[in-house]
Design a protein around this ligand. Structure first.
Ligand code: MD3
Ligand code: FE
Length: 203
């Protein structure tokens, strides 16, 4: 059942459970073309979370900044196409949260190993913030952190488990958010690893 966790943000607990195996089965062919890598922030820090993308565009970070690119800078090849099962899933999830007609052109894939974290940030590299972002959590559980429109706003913790989906639209689309360090010692459906997929319309 959809639960509004903040204005514009809808948690669909377990929404992906019926499709989790099918969604996970789409990943090896993506990773064969666009392997996980640790990107570097504009400030020169290596991100602990490993990332890759599929879709017409992919999110990248390096010393030159954050942006979307049609070509994977690590290989010089276009990002692998978004498998239909992934795009269709994202559209259904957005629909269930009240956003009709969502057509993602990016799926950013984040891999967390024990201790990995994502610092508080805003997603603001997309062209039109009217499009929601659909996030899908798979594997080990993590504490998601969400704040407000200003970096200093109070941050709330939300545990996200295998199969959970959150759709971020409206004012929540611009809010600061991050992920607390992945706790070691918890075995998920594929070991101590968490995979997060975020579906975006960036172009
Ligand atoms: C709230 N990923 O890739 S997903 C990211 O779990 C990112 O890997 C986290 O933040 C992860 O940028 C969080 C939930 C999420 C994604 C995008 C958002 C929450 C959001 C954009 C705006 C507001
Ligand atoms: Fe984000």
């Amino acid at each position: 059942s959809p639960r509004t966790i903040a204005p514009g943000a809808v948690l669909l607990g377990g929404f992906a459970l019926p499709d989790a195996d099918t969604l996970l089965a789409a990943l090896p062919e993506i990773l064969a073309v666009a392997p996980f890598r640790h990107m570097v922030t504009p400030g020169g820090r290596r991100m602990s979370v490993a990332m890759t993308n599929c879709g017409a565009l992919g999110w990248v970070s390096d010393r030159a900044g954050y942006r979307y690119e049609t070509v994977d800078p690590a290989t010089g090849w276009p990002w692998p196409a978004m498998p239909r099962v992934l795009g269709d899933f994202a559209r259904r999830a957005a629909q269930a949260a009240g956003f009709s007609g969502f057509a993602p052109d990016v799926c950013l894939i984040n891999r967390y190993e024990p201790g990995n974290r994502l610092a508080l940030h805003q997603d603001r590299d997309e062209r039109d913030f009217a499009h929601p972002i659909v996030s899908l959590s798979l594997g080990a559980s993590a504490d998601f952190l969400f704040g407000g429109p200003a970096r200093g706003d109070r941050v709330e913790k939300l545990p996200l488990h295998h199969g959970d989906v959150v759709v971020w639209g409206g004012v929540a689309r611009r809010h600061y958010h991050g992920v607390a360090p992945l706790e070691p010692g918890q075995e998920g459906v594929f070991g101590q690893v968490r995979i997060n997929l975020t579906f975006r319309r960036a172009g």
